[in-house]
Design a protein around this ligand. Structure first.
Ligand SMILES: [Mn+2]
Length: 382
């Protein structure tokens, strides 16, 4: 037998030497540290940022909106467009618009990193003022808007994250406030509609800008970022016939999603359709479908609808997409009829160069808010 086990040759532990270890000293020091401030932070979060969704077991240190250091990919490196930060979410009804981050990227199926999207969009928004030249709008003067920070999400459990995002959006819309949701991957679209639909008397239509249909039931057995519209249009008052998908095309659309879009009667416009029709007519058609018998319309902007030459920081880049000026014009036209909320998804900072993609996301939100104010849907007129 090999001489590898040699009982009796190693003596008993030297208790004194063990006590002197730096590791042991560190254990003793930690025990004398207070934790009142941390506990007060947790309690404050429960009070100001809503208790978590029912599926969350830790009801002490997790709130609906993230307020503590636990979720390190959140945090507020400056608020969106320097809107005031609203710690106490019970006051959200005092504002007309609330920006909230949904840093989910557990639904990404290829590249990941869109959990850093809200940070990147907020950071680059510091570049901007609140005045919009072409429309003659100043959001600071005409709109009461706040930034709620990020929803507390669970990277290891997308279903719990959905519950959290749905609860957060439900809270905002229930207070009568327009939600601007910064993703996060596109799975966010499903809990967003879950949070909005109960507050719409009648049906809600969806205008979805994307290269991908995102309407299959599952991917890799889970509800991932290519599945939101399957589940959202299962909600009774979000019928698939009012879902219009714009910018679709290329080699990345899974056939199961295309089959669902066809069978459920969704509408798809390719980039070529937008080119043939022109942006103006394409927007008119999209509005006609989304508003057909509905009471409200939600806007979902996936940045990958734009060509990756302009929006490289995203999970599934597909060349041949729309131009930024087309997409911005399209969204401004759509917003003229009014919206119930919007999301910007799939900004992936680790793949972004010079903040190009985050800039585009920022512009999408600012332009839509600008039009909503200019058209009298939100805020005060000039
Ligand atoms: Mn997409």
């Amino acid at each position: 037998m090999a001489d590898t086990n040699r009982p009796g040759r190693v003596g008993p532990p030297d208790e004194e030497a063990l006590k002197q270890l730096r590791g042991s000293r560190a254990f003793r020091m930690e025990a004398t540290l207070p934790s009142e401030v941390d506990e007060a932070e947790d309690a404050r979060a429960q009070e100001k940022a809503l208790p978590p969704a029912d599926s969350i077991e830790d009801r002490k240190s997790i709130s609906t909106f993230a307020r503590t250091e636990q979720q390190h990919f959140s945090g507020l490196p400056g608020t969106f467009l320097r809107f005031p930060y609203l710690e106490d979410v019970s006051r959200v009804g005092e504002y007309e618009v609330a920006v909230l981050g949904a840093p989910i990227d557990s639904g990404d199926t290829y590249r990941t990193g869109s959990r850093f999207g809200p940070q990147a969009i907020r950071r680059i928004s510091q570049l901007y003022g609140t005045y919009y030249f072409e429309l003659g709008v100043d959001l600071k003067e005409q709109l009461k808007a706040c930034d709620l920070g990020d929803v507390f999400v669970m990277p290891a459990n997308i279903e719990k994250s959905f519950d959290q995002v749905a609860k957060a959006v439900d809270h905002v819309v229930g207070a009568g406030t327009f939600p601007v949701i910064l993703g996060g991957d596109h799975s966010v679209g499903y809990p967003a509609i879950r949070g909005i639909a109960p507050h719409v008397e009648g049906n809600v239509g969806i205008i979805h800008l994307d290269r991908h249909v995102d309407s299959q039931e599952r991917d890799m057995d889970e509800r991932m970022h290519d599945t939101p519209w399957f589940h959202a249009t299962n909600i009774e008052n979000a019928p698939p016939k009012n879902l219009v998908q714009v910018g679709i095309g290329g080699w990345q659309d899974p056939r199961p999603g295309v089959q669902v879009s066809r069978e459920r009667g969704m509408t798809a416009m390719t980039v070529g359709d937008v080119e043939d029709l022109g942006v103006q007519r394409a927007a008119e058609l999209a509005l006609e479908v989304a508003w057909d018998g509905t009471e409200a319309v939600y806007l979902s902007f996936d940045v990958d609808s734009v060509d990756p030459g302009f929006a490289p920081g995203t999970g599934w880049p597909e060349p041949g997409g729309l131009y930024p000026r087309e997409v911005l014009e399209f969204m401004r036209l759509v917003a003229r009829e009014g919206l119930v909320g919007m999301e910007v998804v799939e900004v992936m900072p680790p793949y972004d160069h010079a903040d190009q993609t985050a800039l585009l996301a920022m512009r999408a939100v600012a332009d839509v808010l600008g039009v909503l104010v200019a058209e009298g849907h939100l805020g005060r007129r000039r």
